[in-house]
Design a protein around this ligand. Structure first.
Ligand code: ADE
Length: 232
């Protein structure tokens, strides 16, 4: 069975978006994964199928109603029983490559794209949802974030990436940032390719790449470096 992606959104036209292109797009056409869109608006109330309301207690913005979020959630779960549900929000737990790998290894994911100021808290009180953040900045909605999560998971699925090796040997999977890459031309604006890389000595190349990865991680991400150093 193909990997299932289900997205709950107020902007169904934003999908597949980026996921309809390149490797993920081809894999979607080939049935390697499937995409089901649940339109939040279908669960709205009144003439305008309204989904939001003003925040209790006052303040700026609008809040997504719990009853409407829950109805869309229940429909998504009914169509895709057993899938984990993520809600994309800046107050969520930061997404990691480890969590992405777990998603890729599972049957798929339901992603709830939040908009406005957020969702009425009673939605989270009554439904099983993992709140996930992409980082400490605020996007205008969860749609872009949902595509990021799906892209990151899909590229780890068999049949999505052309060269399976490039999924393994890269930033974060080993706890280090990636080493620098080079290709032709041999000379670019006075900069040449490090000699080791054209020496044909694979052991030396590997050692150089490891050293560069460690140096870059130490300089740019002392937080990751501390964790890496403590690994047995
Ligand atoms: N929606 C708005 N901001 C977000 C963020 N930083 N991560 C995930 N979803 C979001």
């Amino acid at each position: 069975m193909s990997w299932q992606a289900c997205v709950i959104t107020l902007l169904p036209e934003a999908f597949p978006g980026m996921l309809g292109h390149a490797l993920a797009g081809r894999a979607l056409d080939e049935g390697v994964w499937s995409l089901d869109i649940v339109a939040l608006r279908d669960f709205g109330t009144g003439k305008h199928q309204s989904v939001d309301d003003t925040p209790s207690g006052g303040g700026a913005g609008m809040v997504l109603r719990a009853d409407i979020a829950a109805a869309a959630y229940d429909a998504a779960i009914a169509a895709h029983p057993g899938l984990p549900v993520m809600s994309m929000t800046p107050r969520g737990k930061p997404l990691t490559q480890k969590r992405v790998q777990e998603l890729a290894d599972g049957p798929g994911v339901i992603v709830f794209c939040s908009r406005f100021e957020g969702i009425d808290e009673r939605f989270y009180d009554t439904r099983e949802v993992e709140e996930v953040s992409l980082g400490d900045y605020v996007l205008s909605g969860g749609e872009v974030a949902a595509q990021v999560v799906l892209d990151a998971a899909l590229r780890l699925r068999p049949g999505v990436m052309g060269d399976a090796r490039s999924g393994e040997d890269e930033s974060f999977s080993a706890g280090l940032l990636e080493y620098p890459h080079y290709t032709r031309p041999a000379e670019f604006e006075g900069h040449s390719i490090p000699e080791i890389l054209t020496s044909g000595d694979h052991a030396k190349v590997e050692a150089w790449r490891q050293e560069m990865s460690e140096q870059i991680t130490r300089e740019r991400r002392p937080d990751l470096w501390e964790i890496y150093k403590k690994k047995p």
